[in-house]
Design a protein around this ligand. Sequence first.
Ligand code: PHE
Length: 470
Amino acid sequence: MGGKRESIHGVWSGRLAFVLAATGSAVGLGNIWKFPYIAGENGGGAFVIVYLCCIGIIGVPIMMAEVMLGRRGRRSPINTMRHLAREAGASPHWRWLGWAGVAAGFLILSYYSVIAGWALAYVWRSAGAMFVGATSEGVASIFDQLVTDPERLIAWHTLFMVMTMTVVARGVRSGLEKAVRYLVPALFVLLIMLNGYALASGAFDQGLEFLFTPDFSKLSANGFLIALGHAFFTLSLGMGAIMVYGSYLPERTSIAKTSITIAFLDTLVALLAGMAIFPIVFANGMDPGAGAGLIFQTLPIAFGHMAGGVVFGTLFFVLLVFAAWTSAISLIEPAVAWLVENHGMTRVHASVVAGMITWTAGLLTVFSFNLWSDFHPLAFIEIFRTATLFDLLDYLTANIMLPLGGLLIAVFSVWVMQRDDSVQELDMGDSAGFRLWYFLVRYVTPVAVIIVFLNVTKLVNFSALLGLAE
Ligand code: PHE
């Protein structure tokens, strides 16, 4: 029985600590920055429905699988995969899945940190009352001034990377584990307040209609893939972040219940963010498909016009930074855990090495918004016609690497690993719940991911067969 291994990095103090850390990983820029802007770019309602289905049918089961593998392997994802493959009598090449996750984590963090840097910059802008009475044009020009200045972006990106590496160096258990306890509830309160403002803005209905009324003629094949990819991204799945957190999970914690709780909280934050943002978009005659700057060009208008807006705006961006921070540490943890295990590095040394590589890669994103904003390397492919390096990095990681990682995690959990071992590790007995999980991971996830991939590459055009947009 391999289930009795112990983690050399320590374990969480209990179930709550794990839920907090994993929720901290899941809730981040993905919910507040990315979800609204990609929902806006992909036509709203239909996209949101597909995304919600992906969370329920694919996200939750894959999260359970990742936690299960992590807890059974008790090592960094690379060594966990190697160990579990040996236990199952399978090829040692499964460790490459761990490597792919480490690579995805680096690439995601490289741009994640730049965007988190925007949030940091907005703490200052908000506290300095720059948004008071601001119009949509005023807010747009504040955003433009920030992103077109590479030096400023580098400075904020550097600050965010230093913050991240500082926490990672100290170990996941100290510090942030406690912070999440207050930050996530505070974020909820602020998002609900912003919904209050949106309700009063006059366009709340229009915002809700945009988000929740599905019109499948607006959802392209690419939109399906973006919704699927985002389900992985927002739940931190497919690259080992949740696996490595699972490796610090005490025995006998219910993996199913915790996974459902985390997915529920994560989805709630995303929907609240969307419901705050779109009414402001419509009330001010803005474009829901404005792209990556969407929240930075909408929410400041709300803060600029509501009572106590300076305080609430500042607090909001502080919370956004924290949400990004607790996600960023999980993006780099698989790499750091591996460096400690296999190279005998201290956590401090490992964090510095991993941080420097990520920081350097982040420059690609920094320049995508200014010096290289006209550089569209894959312009010859229709869906990438106007894609910058940042857009391509985001697409490669969120829409290709994570779903592929998730697919392989699914295959490993139910086709390679012994069924008895997963019964034991999930600790649900051979119940109906277990069998539902097994079915979803064994058939539904692989089939869904493959269909969405085939569809976007037009190898098999399901969208056309079903009469949907292409
Ligand atoms: N889930 C995080 C977010 O929504 C991003 C993330 C992706 C974190 C993958 C870890 C791993 O912001």
